[in-house]
Design a binder for this molecule. Structure first.
Ligand SMILES: [Zn+2]
Length: 244
């Protein structure tokens, strides 16, 4: 392993260590999480001062200390501080949820670019819920835990213009397999939306709209899936107190 590296990264988490030091968890452009010590980063004149804040995207110069087996930050230059996330509570909580999900997930290929794009669009898109939905769909897909939206998971029937019923698991059931057991369902519009947008890049996916009720249903469904995937409660959802 190289002793010195220069790498693009987004800051997922910071912890205070002593009077002046900060430990940060970075998501690197190689889709890996890296814990880095940023000595002196609490001082405003530190070169690492702006890099340790959550959501910050930039270039880190890192050094691997072989004695302590620890990565240390040497230099940081900002690409995007993503500071507009802080201006709106709903957007802030959505962006915080992205970070928490990634921290609780196994790494997956493409997660860095997904986060970078999602943080960008959560600040710029008028309908921030769409960004949240697109993030959840894509991260579940990349982790291999997204159900297929075109068929019944019990009988395998391909559904067209029919709803699929669900409880809060991954199974999606056609009307005859469900047989009146479950009341919650994804309507044909939601199923088409998921199928269609997953074939597009996120920017194109965000251009496709959905009515408000469908959007809420899908968001709730995906949040329940991600809760199962990350092993229970997501602290951000508790803090958000119904805002997302
Ligand atoms: Zn079926």
């Amino acid at each position: 392993m190289e002793r010195n590296i220069k790498i693009d990264a987004i800051t997922l988490k910071k912890i205070s260590l002593g009077e002046n030091n900060v430990g940060v968890t970075l998501l690197t452009s190689q889709d890996e999480q890296l814990f880095v010590m940023a000595f002196g980063a609490k001082k405003s004149k530190s070169r690492l001062y702006s890099g340790v804040n959550q959501f910050t995207y930039g270039v880190w110069d890192l050094y691997h200390d072989p004695v302590k087996d620890m990565w240390r930050g040497k230099e940081f230059s900002v690409i995007d501080s993503n500071s507009e996330i802080q201006l709106n509570l709903e957007r802030f909580y959505s962006a915080s949820l992205f970070l928490e999900i990634i921290l609780k997930s196994n790494g997956s290929q493409g997660v860095f670019s997904l986060l970078r794009d999602s943080l960008h669009f959560i600040q710029t898109e008028r309908d921030y819920n769409r960004v949240l939905i697109q993030f959840l769909l894509r991260i579940l897909h990349d982790q291999g835990t997204l159900p297929q939206f075109s068929l019944c998971s019990e009988c395998g029937k391909i559904v067209v213009n029919e709803p699929l019923f669900f409880s809060y698991g991954e199974e999606l059931l056609c009307k005859s397999c469900n047989n009146g057991r479950l009341n919650s369902f994804l309507n044909p519009g939601i199923l088409k939306y998921c199928e269609k947008t997953m074939g597009l890049d996120i920017q194109s996916g965000l251009k496709i709209g959905m009515d408000r009720d469908s959007s809420e249903t899908l968001k709730k469904y995906l949040i329940e899936l991600i809760k199962i995937y990350t092993g229970g409660k997501l602290l951000t959802l508790n803090s958000a107190n119904g805002l997302i």
